[in-house]
Structure formats: C-alpha cells, structure tokens
Design a binder for this molecule. Structure first.
Ligand SMILES: [Fe+2]
Ligand SMILES: [Fe+2]
Length: 283
C-alpha cells in the first residue's frame, strides 16, 4: 500500500460506446487477425470482470477505510466495463461472429477457480489485473495497436485501458492486506504459482479464442496459427512487448505503482490526444 500514490483518485467514467451503430465485421483496420485478437479478449470481459469484483469485494469489510473506498471505485469501474463489453460483444455478434465457444471456456475456467478458497480467487484476480494493467499501458503507449480502429471501438478500448491503469493497485493492495500475517516467502510462492498458472491459461485460451474466430472468417490451419502468432508476438507484438512488465511481477517487493504511468491517462484525456491519435479508417 505504501507504493500507491497518495494523490491517486479512481474516477469511474460512465461512458457508453457505439450504441445504435453498426460495427464493421473487421472493425480494427479492416484486419481479421487484429479484430479476432481483440474480440477474443472482449469475449472474456463481462464474466471475467464480474469474477474480479466478487473476488476483491469478499475482502472489503476487513479493509482499512481508504482501501475500502478504492474497492468501491474499482467495482464501479469494472461493472461499467462489463456493460460496455456486453454491448461490444453484441455488435461482434451482429457482425456475424459466434462467441459462444469462447464464453463456454470462460465458464469452465471460472467454475474451476470459484471452487478454490477466497484468497486464491483474490490471488488470481491480482495476477489478471496485472495483466490488464500492462496490456493497457502498452495499448496506450503505442498507437500502432489501435490504428485504423473505428472511432467508437477505439474510444471504448482506450477508456477501458485508462481505468485499468487507474485501479491497477486495488487487487494488489487488497492481497497485501489480506496476507499481512504471511511470511514474505509464502506470499511470493503463492503469487508466483498463481501467476504462472493464470498466464498459461490466459495465453492458451486467448490464442484458442483468436483461432476460433479466425476459423469463422475461413482462416484455418497453419495459416491461422502463423498469422495469430505473428500478430501477438511479432508485429505489433503485444505479448512480446509486455513481457518485461510481466516479469517484473516476480521481483521481490514488486508493486504495480512502482511504475507510475498516469501520464498515459492524462495523455488520452487531454485535447492533445485528439490531435495525435489515429483517425478513424473510414469517414
Ligand atoms: Fe476492466
Ligand atoms: Fe481491472
């Protein structure tokens, strides 16, 4: 908790995106691979974020007042993210994609983890929140990732990313408080094991999800694998680019706020951003 900035405010921004608009099937730069990658991610959010909320809220009553307030703001943000990704996923459905296979996989993962003790659920959430925070940092640091996105979808992903950065310490601080009587060694062992497990599932499941969506575009077999791996690991290479930040999680005394990246929030919310962010591909 010592690392969370004193002047941090977690501000839920109640925004809605793309209502009443028809989304192009390949909304991201007309590229089926980029679209599949982000659609696969979005498919997981409504249920995944509901799980994050229940995992962290289970520890709210025992939290000190400041942390309890942050948990409240975190909850409000995640609930709104779920709402907007439900709407986004509906537009993907209307554009012709069937996400049910991806959603079933999430159901199975959550069914498994919910049988574990609350502290394990909190640890899984803390790990996945680190994932979302470093993805968000990369998404906002490098305009290449969302280049050519339609305006509403691009705005949705940027909005989600800034709030993920803003609340990135909440699950972690909740974990630090909940395990304050544990030895440093035990804490590290549990969090490292849970991180390796969730990372393996995250990478495998999102890759399978991306391939499942590419199949719906008639891209299959070796060609699909090659395109998916190229996109994720080489160019623009989101997974490669977050590797260093992912590894930092294993350092002794890691804390998400040891890297203060609120400048990205200010950048996206400034008028300056309007001038430098990529313009929509179509008028
Ligand atoms: Fe979120
Ligand atoms: Fe989050």
């Amino acid at each position: 908790m010592a690392y969370t900035p004193e002047n941090l405010t977690i501000t839920p921004r109640d925004r809605r995106f793309g209502r009443g608009t028809k989304q192009e099937r390949w909304w991201l730069g007309g590229d089926p691979v980029a679209t599949a990658f982000y659609n696969a991610l979005s498919a997981t959010f409504p249920k995944g974020e509901a799980f994050f909320v229940e995992s962290v809220r289970a520890f709210r009553d025992a939290a000190p007042p400041k942390l309890a307030d942050e948990i409240r703001a975190f909850t409000t943000q995640e609930v709104m993210h779920s709402r907007e990704h439900v709407a986004f996923n509906k537009r993907a459905l209307e554009a012709g994609y069937d996400l049910s296979e991806l959603e079933d996989r999430i159901d199975r993962r959550l069914e498994f983890v919910r049988k574990r003790p609350p502290i394990v659920n909190l640890a899984a959430t803390m790990c996945l929140e680190h994932f979302t925070a470093i993805l968000a940092n990369q998404l906002l640091s490098n305009p290449k990732h969302l280049r050519g996105a339609d305006k509403e979808s691009g705005d949705l992903w940027r909005w989600h990313a800034i709030e993920e950065i803003e609340h990135k310490g909440v699950a972690y601080d909740t974990w630090l408080h909940a395990t304050k009587d544990w030895s440093r060694r035990k804490r590290w062992k549990v969090k490292a094991r849970v991180m390796l497990f969730t990372t393996r599932n995250f990478v495998v499941d999102r890759s399978r999800g991306t391939l499942a969506l590419l199949r719906q575009d008639g891209i299959t077999g070796f060609r699909a694998w090659r395109k998916m791996l190229w996109f994720a690991w080489i160019n623009p290479g989101m997974l490669r680019k977050i590797l260093g930040a992912w590894l930092a999680f294993f350092l002794p005394r890691f804390h998400p706020w040891k890297h203060d990246d609120r400048n990205l929030i200010r950048l996206v919310e400034s008028d300056y951003a309007a001038a430098i962010l990529p313009q929509p591909a179509t008028a």
